[in-house]
Design a protein around this ligand. Structure first.
Ligand SMILES: *Cc1c(COP(=O)(O)O)cnc(C)c1O
Length: 370
């Protein structure tokens, strides 16, 4: 029944549209091969420390970090960083904007015996609310891009927040694909398997001097902090271009190649324009079709890096994504827990405009035949 063969001329040259892990470009693999001699060598020696230092330097430059900001890294991906933040950054109480699965996981991580119950502004999937100052919050947390729903939120300081409160942004799927002003945040954290087209497993946190001071302040209290969740330990190691325990070297090499490629193409401004164009093609296509609708009603909330498109009830989205998969176009399924009749397409910086156009042509072809 769902045996549809999409003509070769309509197929994208690369069929990876997943929201993480995401498409790894061929030149990244070439960089990995060219630097293969580093693999299998000690992360305590100069070649790997130099690699870490280069990645840190590139991130500093890409994100135009103000003086005094530092690039800190550790193992465990963004999920580990939520626990790092709860253990090492929150003083007494956090406030959150929660508009999907990832934002809510950050809330869950801050629901601990040593912190007051988090303040949460929650909204329905596909929408987002506004985070306002509350007197006793010392951390404000929100995702720059909610990957589970395709809603993005601006990176701007919460007006009226305590002068030493930290602005902490989950940038896992936004980092490198959406422009923002680094002065507006204190902690901008992500893992590299989305716009950076690398493998998962590491976390990076771009930290302001105020955030570094907070990590030092908490480390000096009598709070019990497991070594793996100690941000102070991670900061100390990162200053030496190391991690507490062994990092994945191939992940760092893939990331280095992506960072250099992004900088050659014009940095964050160009990356942001690229993703806006790609996602714009999909939103315009959905608006032009009567049987497809952008899930996010407000255009200003729509993500430039993860487009979520609802299909009419008469079309089975699972059939569509299965047919695409059988034709080599993979990972367009919606976020599993969202439970909608939807397709989700990542338009990260490494995805070519021409391939988004081909994906649209393939979708038209399939929808006409279902
Ligand atoms: C993918 C993602 C995560 C989880 O990242 P892991 O490295 O798998 O822990 C967290 N937050 C957002 C917004 C994401 O997109």
């Amino acid at each position: 029944m769902t045996d549809i063969t999409i003509p070769a001329e309509l197929l994208p040259s690369d069929g990876r549209f997943g929201s993480g892990p995401s498409k790894v470009r061929h030149t990244q693999i070439e960089h990995l091969v060219a630097n293969a001699a580093i693999l299998g060598t000690s992360h305590r020696q100069a070649p790997v420390k130099d690699l870490v230092a280069r990645v840190q330097g590139h991130l500093h430059e890409l994100f135009r970090l103000p003086d005094g900001y530092e690039v800190v890294l550790g193992n465990g991906g963004s999920t580990a960083f939520w626990d790092v933040a709860a253990a090492s950054l929150a003083r007494n109480k956090s406030a959150h904007l929660s508009f999907g699965e990832f934002g809510q996981k950050c809330v869950a991580a801050h629901t601990t015996p040593w912190l007051s119950e988090p303040h949460v502004v929650k909204s329905e999937p596909g929408t987002r609310g506004t985070l306002e100052a509350i007197g006793d919050a010392d951390v404000y947390a929100w995702p720059h891009n909610e990957t589970s729903t395709g809603v993005s939120a601006p990176v701007t300081r919460v007006q009226g927040a305590a002068s030493d409160a930290l602005m902490m942004v989950d940038a896992t799927s936004a980092a490198g694909g959406i422009d923002f002003d680094a002065n507006e945040m204190d902690v901008y954290y992500f893992a590299p398997q989305k716009n950076f087209a690398s493998d998962g497993g590491l976390w990076f946190a771009l930290m302001s001097p105020r955030a570094i001071a907070r990590a030092e302040e908490i480390a000096a209290t009598d709070r019990y902090i497991p070594e793996f969740l100690s941000l102070k330990t991670a900061i100390d190691n990162s200053r030496l271009h190391q991690t507490l325990n062994t990092p994945a070297l191939s992940t760092l090499l893939l990331m280095e190649a992506q960072l250099e490629w992004m900088m050659e193409r014009g940095g964050l401004t160009a990356a942001s324009a690229h993703t806006a164009h790609s996602s714009g093609l999909l939103y315009a296509w959905a608006e032009a079709r009567s049987d497809v609708t952008p899930f996010v009603a407000k255009p200003e909330h729509r993500s430039p890096v993860v487009a979520t498109l609802d299909l009419d009830d008469t079309i089975d989205a699972t059939a569509v994504t299965s047919i695409l998969r059988a034709n080599g176009i993979v990972d367009t399924e919606p976020y599993r827990k969202l439970g909608r009749n939807q397709i989700r397409v990542a338009t990260f910086v490494g995805v070519d405009h021409a391939d988004v156009e081909k994906l649209i042509a393939s979708l038209d072809y399939v929808l006409e035949r279902l």
